[in-house]
Design a protein around this ligand. Structure first.
Ligand SMILES: Nc1nc2c(ncn2[C@@H]2O[C@H](COP(=O)(O)OP(=O)(O)OP(=O)(O)O)[C@@H](O)[C@H]2O)c(=O)[nH]1
Length: 744
């Protein structure tokens, strides 16, 4: 029996095949076996995402400690030189940043305060990197998670990267809690952060706690739902102590903020709105239920606060994960059924269903390739055969493990709704696996285009085998890291999301593979296109003794109207060019698009039509048609208002207010378009669009202009035509480089 959901069920009914039984999802969930329902109710797949340096790794370390997964806490950049558990790559520990996301799991016992007994929750946790250059890691984590904790710094509030993470959470409909960390810092102000979540991220937010004490006097929080003071006691704050006695100086604030919480909920939840209208006060259970409903339906985020480094108020955040973030059955996950014209299907997270899982991350470990899989429905068992939906390859799963950063625990089976890692499963990241009885594929992940590239080669030729091994591993792990060999120079070119992104790979090559590399100057990934329609009529005719080369191609070239792809078409009737030769023409067109006539960069948005031509009885060949098409392409391209496209970046800069003038000056010099400036009490944030070419060396200048206090992120936005002067300079530079090469 197969199950189908809402719209798909209706669509499928029209052409229901004999073997398909259409069942409504709500009905199926209703009939879900009790054991699955109970199990899923206690599972949370969550991610932790935030601006760089907000304390994600430090928080995760506390979570692992309090849940008993680790027995000692090591700080990021701590004096003991061990480094945090989750930052397992040597490089991560050294730089104190998270590059790869690590998956781990832990069990948290939620003390039941309403008298129904304690409940044990199973939490799968992904620590995600904060730097924009590692966006793909965040994207991949969010794709497979059901909920997230968004961490903010109590001093800085919403920062540039918080906005990026916010966009990603919205793209994948991930419900979230907000946790304001670093409450111990001087200048900590959780209310500014709450306002910013409301205003800048435009998601209704209200605190469910207020702080007891300020800055280095921060001692704990008041739970606004139950109106209880919560403190941490014992070594590393391991014991939570609750008290009905709310300190006198906090009581008024707590009552005021409780009202704000109820008012905010009334705006997003009908039940609370009704109670509010009746001028009644909702019960604790009603408030909790409303927070859960509104959070899961993405209308609201409850805000908690604490300090990870100070070991205060992390446990209530874990309780909130259990209370307010969804379990796997509360999130709709779709697959496409390839046997039914890719009709969407809702996957049902229980074990009796056919197995469907998504490989969302690959890692080369000491024991071979490790593949992280989220099981969406059915269960994955050791020794079971699975099928890769991309190529139908059958693979036996020899070993399943649960990951704990870089350590692992063997298990025999993983149930629906959970995350695990498997060994010996050869695949690319983003592949869907099934048990072979269904032909589902999960919708693919959003992979941004690389915008920067550089040439790379090993210093010593003896290192070439290791170099190739490293390159192929990085490529399989990271879809935003691309590699190709330049046909002309025979150089290996790597491309990625930013300078740091590529630097990290060069560094990993050195550390993990012992290969020192020589790299060229970073290059912007320009694109080339045309703006007008042009006709062509081109003949290749060469007679050099013996058989000659002859091919004539006639047609036109025009912009496709979008920059997504190039298109080739032929409208040749009457056999002036045979099918075989037309195929060679298409090949000529495609290879011309790889290296544009202006700068040698990829061509986008060009449509070529061949509608006539001529063939010679003996002198025509596939090669002559391929060459003739390439020559025609070049001529037509240059006559069709050829244009260089450059990557335009969304740049977000934050710095103390006194430096605003300096920053605006810096951006104006770069011909950036300033879109918006938010001025806060201490800091301002400037949003601008600027071409990537203009942004080289910006971090050094920003540091100089702000006494090291400014920070920025940038993200690819779109390709846009370069200014005529810039185009002229680039073309000239390219011409000179070619001349130099030919001289050599
Ligand atoms: N004062 C204070 N510092 C903290 C707190 N939590 C973390 N830190 C410090 O902030 C710095 C960054 O913490 P991390 O945990 O590495 O932050 P992250 O968000 O994981 O950083 P990336 O992985 O680089 O994105 C470290 O020096 C921590 O010791 C806190 O509650 N209070």
């Amino acid at each position: 029996m197969r199950y189908q959901s809402g719209a798909a069920a209706v669509a499928a009914e029209a052409d229901t095949g004999p073997e398909v039984e259409v069942v409504d999802v709500a009905d199926v969930l209703e009939k879900m076996p009790e054991q699955d329902r109970l199990r899923l109710d206690r599972v949370r797949n969550i991610g932790i995402a935030a601006h760089i340096d907000s304390g994600k790794t430090t928080c995760t370390e506390r979570v692992l400690f309090y849940t008993g997964r680790i027995h000692a806490i090591h700080e990021v950049r701590g004096k003991d030189a061990v480094g945090a558990k989750m930052d397992s790559m040597e490089l991560e520990r050294e730089k104190g940043i998270t590059i790869q996301s690590a998956a781990t799991f832990c069990d948290w016992t939620r003390k039941d305060l309403e008298g129904g007994g304690d409940k044990k929750y199973h939490i799968n946790l992904i620590d995600t990197p904060g730097h924009i250059d590692f966006t793909i890691e965040v994207e991949r984590a969010l794709r497979v998670l059901d909920g997230a904790v968004m961490i903010l710094c109590a001093v800085s509030g919403v920062q540039s990267q918080t906005t990026t993470v916010d966009r990603q959470m919205k793209r994948y409909n991930v419900p979230r809690l907000s946790f304001i960390n670093k409450m111990d810092r001087m200048g900590a102000n959780p209310w500014k952060a709450v306002d910013q979540i409301n205003q800048k991220l435009r998601i209704a937010a209200a605190a469910i706690q207020v702080p007891i004490g300020q800055e280095d006097g921060f001692k704990g929080v008041v739970d606004l739902i139950r109106m209880k003071a919560i403190y941490n006691e014992g070594p590393r704050g391991i014991n939570i102590v609750e008290s009905d006695e709310i300190p006198a100086d906090v009581r008024e604030l707590a009552e005021k903020k409780r009202k704000v919480l109820i008012e905010t909920l009334a705006d997003v939840d009908d039940e609370i709105a009704e109670i509010f209208l009746m001028e009644e006060t909702p019960t604790q259970a009603q408030i909790k239920a409303a927070i859960r409903r509104a959070t899961i339906s993405l209308k609201f985020t409850p805000v908690l606060m604490g300090t990870a480094l100070g070991d205060t108020s992390i446990q209530p955040m874990l309780d909130a994960v259990c209370d307010y973030l969804p379990n796997p059955s509360e999130v709709k996950n779709l697959a496409l059924d390839r046997r039914r014209e890719e009709a969407p299907f809702t996957l049902l997270p229980y074990d009796a269903q056919p197995f469907v899982g998504l490989a969302f991350k690959l890692e080369e470990g000491n024991y071979g390739q490790l593949t992280y899989i989220r099981v969406y429905q059915g269960s994955l068992k050791k020794g079971m055969n699975v099928f890769n939906a991309r190529n139908n390859k059958k693979i036996k799963v020899p070993r399943i493990v649960r990951m704990h950063s870089n350590e692992m625990e063997d298990v025999d089976q993983i149930s629906a709704g959970e995350i695990c890692a498997v060994f010996g499963v050869d695949c690319a990241s983003g592949d869907t696996f099934t048990d072979g009885s269904v032909a589902y594929t999960m919708t693919s992940m959003f992979v941004p285009e690389p915008v920067i590239s550089l040439s790379i080669k090993p210093k010593n030729t003896k290192d070439t085998p290791n170099f190739s091994k490293a390159i192929s591993r990085f490529q399989r792990e990271d879809p935003t890291f691309r590699v190709h060999v330049d046909q002309e120079s025979q150089e290996t070119i790597i491309s990625g999301m930013g300078e740091l992104h590529l630097d990290i790979y060069v560094e990993r090559m050195r550390r993990e593979y012992r290969v020192d590399c020589i790299t060229g100057q970073p290059q912007v990934a320009y694109r080339e296109t045309i703006m007008e329609k042009t006709n062509f009529d081109h003949t290749l005719k060469k007679q050099t003794g013996g058989a000659g080369d002859y091919a004539r191609v006639v047609g036109y070239m025009e912009p496709t109207g979008s920059l997504l792809e190039n298109k080739f078409e032929h409208q040749v009737f009457g056999g002036s060019i045979s099918e075989k030769f037309l195929y060679a023409c298409e090949k000529g067109f495609m290879s011309s698009c790889e290296k544009g006539p202006l700068l040698g960069h990829r061509v986008l948005g060009t449509h070529m039509v061949i509608n006539d031509g001529a063939t010679h009885m003996t002198d025509s060949s596939e090669m002559s048609f391929k060459i003739a098409t390439s020559q025609a392409f070049r001529k037509a391209f240059m006559a069709a208002r050829p244009t260089v496209l450059e990557p335009l970046m969304k740049v977000v800069i934050t710095a103390p207010n006194e430096f605003q003038g300096n920053i605006v000056g810096l951006m104006n010099k770069r011909n950036a378009v300033i879109e918006e400036t938010d001025i806060g009490v201490e800091d301002f944030t400037l949003y601008a669009n600027c071409s990537l070419n203009q942004m080289f060396g910006f971090s050094t200048q920003l540091r100089a202009a702000t006494q090291g206090k400014g920070e920025f992120t940038m993200e690819f936005s779109h390709y846009s035509p370069a200014a005529p002067q810039v185009q002229k300079e680039l073309v000239e530079k390219h011409r000179k480089e070619l001349e130099e090469k030919h001289k050599k």
